[in-house]
Design a protein around this ligand. Structure first.
Ligand code: ASP
Length: 599
């Protein structure tokens, strides 16, 4: 039964379609909705009428409904909008539809009104077989959203957000809105800019997150803040992301990392429960960043299967094999995985090599354990004792497929971390029922950016170092930061923040942000930190991702009412779109046409 009664005394309906159940037999009801399907059956016309709650079968009979209504029924087409009334009757036993909650009854129509008619939809709504391209679905999103699967996804989304609000409200968090027209918040992506008509040449930035505002709210003494906030990151379109997305953003004062993790575990357990997700055992598992990188090559490890990475540098320290040797001498690493007992023809092994190259490796060494050594093109370059040692470290048994990458540590991790997942999918090693939630903790504060020759924050520049910060050794500083990962997907992450202006200045300096730039961009934050900022920290979750995972949808676009394409187009409204010259003049903006290659 639907929990909400339709409006009383309403001329369109007094009962939801999904509520026309056997208990209503012999009563009169009025329903309204869309024609899901029409069938003509030897003098009778059956209409499946659909509203948000379900489907009910209407029967038009030339005698009991009358000629006029029967004529109307005859003209009805899929997606026409109809209001109909009449007695609820039991269906003949042979016509009962066990698939539908309303399948034992039908409504014998004695009154009906066509409220709106519909063009033939560009794709079938009822019994949609996934045959429309996603572009067409997005172009006609309002029709796509009529489909049950989409409706269910958005209702689940509503449940998830409602559960978040319910929990946080109960725990004393206050929902505060922060500006969308603001200054840049550095979360590592490109800003969307909005030109000011008042001050030509000046721009607002859309927030990449409410990070600085939520910290200011802690300085103001709100203690516990949350917001379901829209964030904007103009990223070169990465796989399955949206430039505009929703965060559940949280911040708390007078807390340490443990306090934040504790509240958030309970929050997640509550949300999963309300959304019908898997049961979360508390406390959740924890893993240090270094361990995650070491064993899985990623800070988002999928713990549902093994195939762990193994460091092999020690076994090859004295190797004569030039390729390995030069990598080790250059400070790189040699790492490998044991993919287990596999048969693979040469062509597929070549496929693995191409995949490794696509992921950034120069090459991939493959080998099958055979007796005490290897069957592999590389075997001849390695000594017997090296092979024995490698086999031992990799736990290799007869016939096991071994994959090795030698490169800078970042490359070996990225490549093997991803190949581990590829292999698990390919060999079906992931138990679909398994659920592994883990907090990744104890992060480095900064990482060296080789390309730019500077230190970058792993989270953002406002993350607090653990203990004293030594500006002369930024690479050694750890952060009080935590990410929560579910089956290899990051759901959210956050940190304890810097609450002292002097430490914030030191961290800016270590990141190569000079004092003048720091003042210009973040002067307001430094100033606020000088007026008594409590110790504080927080976290933000990707709401779209959480809902996607809970719903089992394939992309986050399927849990967003009006998403954009992977390349950022809104196919429904046609945004982004050119604007009038006069509008640009008003804003003081001139367009430089991008030169086409070869011109
Ligand atoms: N602002 C951070 C982010 O968007 C989350 C946080 O540190 O609370 O990832």
């Amino acid at each position: 039964m639907s929990e909400v009664a339709p409006l009383r005394g309403n001329g369109y309906r007094d009962t939801w379609c999904g509520d026309v159940l056997p208990a209503r037999v012999d009563s009169e009801v009025r329903v309204a909705g869309w024609v899901n399907r029409r069938r003509d059956h030897g003098g009778l016309i059956f209409i499946d009428l659909r509203d948000r709650t379900g489907i009910v079968q209407l029967v038009f009979h030339p005698d009991s409904s009358g000629a006029q209504l029967f004529e109307l029924a005859h003209k009805l087409r899929a997606e026409d909008v109809l209001s109909a009334s009449g007695p609820v009757v039991r269906r003949d036993p042979e016509t009962v539809n066990a698939e539908l909650p309303t399948g034992e009854v039908e409504l014998k129509v004695t009154g009906a009104e066509l409220l709106a008619d519909s063009e033939t939809p560009p794709f079938q709504i009822e019994g949609y077989a996934g045959d429309a391209s996603e572009d067409v679905r997005m172009r006609y999103r309002y029709l796509d959203l009529r489909r049950e699967q989409m409706r269910e996804a958005l209702i689940l989304r509503h449940r998830v957000v409602a559960a978040m609000r319910e929990f946080l409200d109960r725990e004393g968090f206050i929902d505060v809105e922060t500006p969308v027209l603001t200054r840049s918040t550095p979360e590592g992506a490109r800003d969307f800019l909005v030109p000011s008509s008042q001050q030509h040449g000046s721009f607002y930035a859309l927030p990449q997150s409410p990070q600085l505002f939520k910290q200011l709210l802690m300085v103001s003494g709100f203690e516990r803040y949350y917001q379901v906030a829209r964030c904007f990151r103009d990223e070169a379109t990465r796989a399955d992301r949206q430039a505009e997305f929703t965060q559940l953003d949280i911040e708390m004062s007078f807390v340490d990392g443990e306090d934040i993790i504790e509240v958030n575990e309970r929050l997640l357990a509550h949300v999963f429960e309300r959304a019908g997700g898997p049961k979360i055992e508390l406390p959740m598992r924890r893993m240090c960043y270094d361990e995650a990188m070491g064993r899985f090559g990623t800070d988002r490890p999928d713990l549902r299967f093994g195939l762990e990475l193994v460091d092999l540098g020690e076994a090859l320290r004295e190797t004569e094999f030039k390729v390995f040797r030069s990598v080790l001498e250059g400070g790189g690493s040699i790492r490998g995985i044991n993919a287990g007992k596999r048969e693979m023809p040469r062509s597929e092994l070549d496929g693995l090599i191409s995949r490794a190259q696509e992921l950034g490796a120069k090459g991939l060494v493959w080998a099958f354990r055979e007796g005490g050594g290897w069957r592999s093109p590389t075997a001849k370059f390695l000594s017997e004792s090296e092979l024995t040692d490698l086999n031992q470290r990799l736990g290799a048994e007869e016939g096991d497929l071994l994959l090795l990458v030698a490169d800078q540590r970042q490359v070996t991790d990225t490549v093997l971390g991803q190949m581990r997942i590829d292999l698990a999918e390919r060999f079906d090693l992931i138990d679909p029922e398994a659920n592994e939630l883990v907090w990744i903790v104890d992060w480095p504060l900064m990482e060296w950016n080789e390309g730019e020759q500077r230190w970058d924050s792993l989270h953002h520049p406002f993350t607090a170092p653990a203990g004293e910060f030594d500006p002369s050794k930024p690479g050694e500083a750890r952060a009080v930061a935590y990410d929560v990962v579910w089956n290899g997907q990051e759901l959210g992450g956050g940190s304890i923040r810097i609450n002292r202006a002097d430490v914030q200045e030191q961290v800016f300096a270590a990141l190569g942000i000079d004092a003048e730039t720091a003042q210009a961009r973040f002067g307001f934050l430094l100033e606020a930190l000088s007026y008594g900022a409590p110790p504080h920290g927080g976290i933000a979750y990707g709401v779209d991702r959480i809902v996607q995972r809970l719903s089992g949808a394939e992309t986050i676009r399927d849990v967003i009412a009006f998403p954009k394409t992977a390349s950022g187009f809104d196919l429904l409204t046609g945004a982004p779109a050119p604007v009038e010259e006069a509008q640009l003049r008003d804003l003081g903006v001139a367009i430089h046409k991008r030169k086409l290659a070869g011109h």
